[in-house]
Design a protein around this ligand. Structure first.
Ligand code: BEZ
Length: 212
């Protein structure tokens, strides 16, 4: 059955460019991003993996472990990483799964044969510390993803998990947030000392709680 938000992210043990990895052990109590790309030595993928390497401090700051996957083998990955480092001015600093037998690709339904035969499309799974799936994205092979958007979603998810706020349309870090419907208006002042605005009884805005 297809995976859905809220499902436990399936566990696996695989070979990667950084040795054998058990996914749930690798995640520990952290958040996780598992992302697939179609093939080694392809142009869009090269730019994406370089971008993720250069963003690694941003993922670290948010307590997020990153893991890439494609259906190419370990020797191919290792050779390609040299090209990524050279051309994207980075050091690939996260594991890339060698999923030659398509174990992970099938577990996560990453092969969409009507779009791309036998290769993984561009998927992103964000996984919470409880190991459940918080976000799923699927992009076509020809469109590189926007990893700033992935970080933005992680910020939003972490705000919801830690501060009981949601984020409105086009929200950017530092902008006002939405008080989640589960909180009664009379309970807002105690929980949100920065104040709030009741636009409608169901739409209560408050400054982003975790910044000064
Ligand atoms: C790429 O990464 O550039 C790519 C991969 C497969 C199909 C099209 C583009």
């Amino acid at each position: 059955m297809a995976l859905r938000l809220g499902d436990v992210a399936p566990d696996f043990t695989v070979e990667t460019t950084e040795g054998t990895v058990n996914f749930h052990t690798f995640l520990g109590n952290s958040w996780g991003v598992l992302f697939s790309h179609p093939k080694d030595y392809t142009p869009v993928c090269t730019t994406e993996l370089g971008r993720v390497a250069n963003l690694k401090p941003e993922f670290d700051k948010r307590g997020v472990k990153v893991l890439a996957v494609s259906v190419d083998g370990l020797e191919s990955h290792k050779g390609w990483v040299k090209d990524i480092n050279e051309t994207q001015h980075c050091t690939v600093n996260y594991p890339i799964i060698a999923d030659e037998n398509k174990h992970v690709a099938e577990l996560y339904d990453m092969i969409h044969p009507n779009a791309l035969n036998n290769l993984t499309v561009r998927t992103v799974f964000i996984i919470g510390p409880d190991k459940t799936i918080k976000l799923m994205l699927t992009y076509p092979a020809s469109t590189g993803r926007n990893f700033d958007e992935i970080l933005r979603v992680i910020d939003s998810l972490q705000l919801t998990a830690n501060h009981s706020v949601a984020t409105p349309v086009d929200w950017k870090y530092g902008e006002d947030c939405v008080v989640v419907p589960a909180i009664k208006t009379e309970d807002i002042p105690a929980k949100f000392p920065k104040g709030f605005t009741e636009v409608k009884p169901y739409l209560r805005m408050t400054p982003q709680p975790n910044i000064d």
